[in-house]
Write a protein that binds this ligand. Structure first.
Ligand code: SF4
Length: 465
């Protein structure tokens, strides 16, 4: 069967990545190198962390588009003394380090200006995508953790690329820093949330992702709230358990996509390696841990792409209810967006009516559900359509349920807000004495649409050349 590359005549796909070559000056966001440098120059190692702090502050304060402008502004922050950072340390860092080893190769902004997609060229020429999504006064960044993906989910365009390589921690952090510079230089708010939902399976690159999460949440580094960081996974169960142990407060989004092992193994090949029972065990561990650490259960989203006639049948809904009953999760229903995988596997998008009917059954079974009504399919911009774009871009905080007698039509959309307070916990009803009216939040996939505005598959081909 033709791969995405073959279908689009992408003949210049870069070879699989080895260790990314380090040429020229070292990268500033490589903290180990920065610490070694500081010590070598006679400073305390902690100076490296202070350098990060002033540079990140300079980026957030709209330090400017050029590296020199950012260094200059960072240098000014040494003056106030509170940073306990000698000005000469900034000068030395600016002379001996590259602020970024990656660079912006392409920027596309959605018509509604809510979302910006950035194609980022890594130091060895490979490219990944990051997305900035603006919701009111807050910005969420979606980052990539790998180039391509080895998981091969049948409905996902990225999965057809196969894995080219992993990103290192510095490359992940640089995505956040580059977007921060891009946004703040335009007087937009600095990103406050980061979701690992771009290219790749984050937990298949655990070490780099885990270190990046640590730096993002470190109050002396990027200083994001732990709940502001979300890691998605298609179900790498052992790594999910590790993440739960090492980052218990970080949010998780689990891409389930099927209620039984048999069906899951068919559409999500990774399920053969990490079967459903093992995944549910890891999921329970995570929920217990979240409950212990934060006293709430608002940290887990279950992603479920609805494929017509494949996993959207009544029996699938019943199995899903049985599988998740009693678990404090939010089920996010995502209608399939036809992409290259439609031809490869014969998938079709379900009608919105059948999506609503599916959701209604789930709600009546006592689970919390959101239906994402996709926009942007006309530009191949919605979920799963892009080979070089995010697969699953969204904020993860459960939006307050919006009671409605009938499922809302997504003519207007509600942007979920990861910083919004979670809704009060809802007790599962099994079986409900009287079926409640369906409750929906039609998610704004404008973010998705815009997220990938310039990345139709044709554009992806261009990017790869
Ligand atoms: S859905 Fe995610 S894990 Fe699956 S192939 Fe696509 S990028 Fe990889």
């Amino acid at each position: 069967m033709a791969t995405l590359q073959q279908q689009h005549n992408i003949e210049t796909m870069p070879p699989r990545r080895g260790r990314a070559p380090v040429t020229g000056k070292p990268a500033f966001f490589n903290i180990q190198q920065l610490e070694r440098f500081a010590v070598k120059r006679g400073f305390d190692a902690v100076v490296a962390q202070r350098l990060w702090r002033v540079v990140i502050r300079a980026l957030r304060d709209g330090g400017g588009e050029s590296d020199d402008e950012v260094w200059e502004r960072a240098s000014k922050y040494c003056i106030d003394g509170r940073q306990k950072l000698p000005k000469v340390a900034v000068e030395l860092a600016s002379q001996n380090f590259r602020l970024f080893s990656s660079k912006l190769a392409h920027v596309a902004e959605s018509k509604d200006t809510q979302t910006t997609k950035l194609v980022i060229e890594l130091r060895d020429g490979h490219r990944v995508e990051s997305v900035a999504m603006r919701h009111k006064s807050r910005t969420t960044v979606c980052v990539s953790s790998q180039i391509g993906c080895a998981m091969g989910c049948q409905f996902c365009a990225t999965g057809t690329m196969n894995l080219i390589g992993d990103l290192d921690t510095c490359e992940i952090l640089e995505q956040v820093a580059l977007i921060t510079r891009h946004e703040c230089a335009r007087s937009r708010p600095a990103p406050r949330n980061v979701v690992f939902m771009g290219m790749g399976e984050p937990l298949a690159n655990y070490q780099s992702v885990s270190a990046a999460v640590t730096h993002l949440c470190d109050p002396f580094h990027f200083a994001l709230r732990k709940k502001g960081v979300t890691v998605s996974t298609v179900g790498v169960a052992p790594a999910l358990k590790k993440l739960t142990r090492e980052h218990p407060e970080v949010r998780v989004a689990l891409s389930l996509h099927a209620p039984s092992q048999e069906l899951r193994a068919r559409i999500v090949p990774a399920a053969k390696q990490w079967p459903l029972h093992e995944l549910i065990e890891a999921l329970d561990d995570h929920l217990n841990s979240v409950s212990r650490h934060s006293g709430s259960h608002d940290g887990l989203m279950i992603e479920y792409v609805l494929l017509k006639g494949v996993n959207d049948r009544r029996e699938d809904a019943d199995q899903l209810i049985a599988l998740l009953r009693g678990k404090p999760v939010m089920l996010n229903l995502i209608p399939y967006n036809p992409n290259v995988t439609a031809t490869l596997h014969g998938f079709e998008a379900p009608s919105i009516e059948s999506c609503r009917a599916f959701g209604k059954v789930i709600i009546e079974g006592g689970l919390r559900v959101r239906l994402r009504e996709e926009f942007g399919q006309d530009i191949n911009a919605a979920c799963g359509q892009l080979a070089l774009a995010t697969k699953d871009i969204e904020d993860l905080a459960p939006a307050p349920p919006a009671p409605a007698p009938e499922p809302a039509v997504a003519s207007t959309s509600v942007v979920t807000d990861a910083t919004a307070p979670p809704p009060p916990p809802r007790k599962p009803r099994a079986p409900p004495p009287k079926p409640p009216p369906p409750q929906w939040t039609a998610l704004a996939t404008a973010s998705l649409a815009a997220a990938a505005l310039a990345a139709s598959l044709a554009a992806a081909a261009a990017v790869l050349r």
